[in-house]
Design a binder for this molecule. Structure first.
Ligand code: ATP
Ligand code: MG
Length: 336
């Protein structure tokens, strides 16, 4: 464990996890567990940014996210599952880093800009505006070397490197500059074809959806809107049905054949959608089984979180000691 490089990455507890999380993030996390010392964060402070009036959802989602992680094969014996607010040093470091962060860095952040624009005015808190700094603190607190995330997180990672560099230059070296690793599909579209699949947009297929629910969601998925009959040639690009087929199959001759027939107007949507439903249900079946096991053994969920938090606290204390020492704010006693 000692010599391994560290990973920090996370998810907001604002709902159960979906296929976008899997291809954008979880898939990488699972395979990186052997090689890295991984810290997987449930960012509940960060969820308050736009869900400050829905604590019940956050509480429920902390458990849902943990169940989803266990079900896809994240292993608490190898990796730390951490609840952000149980390690209050996250808040301390976030506050300190906010002073070395130029305001313009937040104002220019394109992900933050887009998210703020799509939030109703009454849910735009100052804390939400500040969340990229809180995320930088999450990453720097365990002095992470690598951050595997979806594409929308790239600007926050750029910020993390800039702030780490600035802190190190100004006060002395504490933080490695964290590298970004984007998942095999950096941005999976929503079932409605409008932008990314997102918990907050209601356009998701959940890892915990039943077969019936998956079939229903796939049947009503957005395809090429100009193709009103099966004999009209259709578009593959920007068509989420084909994006999902590409994401969840490998060298599948049937998919190549569907694409050819779709482009030339020789196949109906129903045939392709039925195929996609089967692919997704085959993928989800073992995840569903594992979930059912952990739901029956909920003590394992609690143990995973307890151990992860204990380990994370140790690391957090170590880092904060370094930070306070370098900033020379560990003691104001007069030195005689
Ligand atoms: P919310 O709508 O509440 O922001 P979300 O669905 O965007 O939720 P997050 O918790 O913000 O989920 O993101 C967790 C991780 O999953 C991040 O690394 C993010 O980049 C990745 N991710 C989320 N949605 C997708 C997607 N559709 N495609 C690829 N990666 C994604
Ligand atoms: Mg998000």
């Amino acid at each position: 464990m000692e010599n391994k490089k560290r990973i920090l990455t996370g998810i907001r507890p604002t709902g159960a996890l979906h296929l976008g999380h899997y291809v954008g993030a979880l898939h990488n996390w699972i395979s990186l567990q052997e090689e890295y010392d991984c810290n997987f964060l449930i960012a509940d402070y960060q969820a308050l940014g736009d869900h400050f009036n829905d604590i019940e959802l956050i509480k429920k989602s902390v458990i849902d996210v943990t169940l989803d992680w266990l079900s896809v094969g994240l292993d608490p014996e190898k990796s730390n599952f951490v609840i952000q607010s149980y390690v209050p040093e996250h808040a301390e470091l976030s506050m300190l880093l906010s002073f070395v962060t130029p305001l313009g860095m937040l104002e220019r952040n394109p992900t933050l800009k887009g998210e703020l624009d799509s939030l109703p005015v009454e849910r735009r808190s100052a804390g939400f505006f500040n969340y990229p700094i809180s995320q930088v603190a999450d990453i720097l607190l365990p002095r992470a070397h690598l951050v595997p995330v979806g594409e929308d997180q790239a600007p926050h990672l750029e910020m993390s490197r800039e702030i780490a560099r600035k802190f190190n230059n100004m006060y002395g070296y504490v933080f490695p500059e964290p590298e970004t690793l984007i998942g095999k599909v950096g941005r999976l579209s929503g079932t409605d074809g409008k932008g990314k699949m997102s918990k907050s947009q209601g356009n998701v297929i959940l890892l915990s959806d039943t077969k019936e629910s998956v079939d229903k969601k796939v049947r009503s998925m957005y395809t090429d809107p100009n193709r009103i009959r099966a004999d009209i040639p259709g578009k593959i690009e920007g068509n989420p049905v084909f994006q999902y087929l590409d994401a969840f199959t490998e060298n599948d001759k049937n998919v190549d054949d569907f694409k050819e027939r779709y482009k030339t107007g020789n196949i109906g949507d129903v045939e392709i959608k039925n195929y996609l439903s089967n692919i997704l249900n085959d993928f989800l079946d073992p995840i569903r089984d594992k979930r059912a096991y952990f739901e029956k053994n909920i003590n394992l969920v609690e143990e995973a979180l307890d151990t992860g938090v204990t380990n994370a606290r140790k690391l957090a204390n170590e880092t904060m000691q370094l930070v306070r020492d370098k900033m020379k704010i560990s003691s104001y006693k007069k030195v005689w």
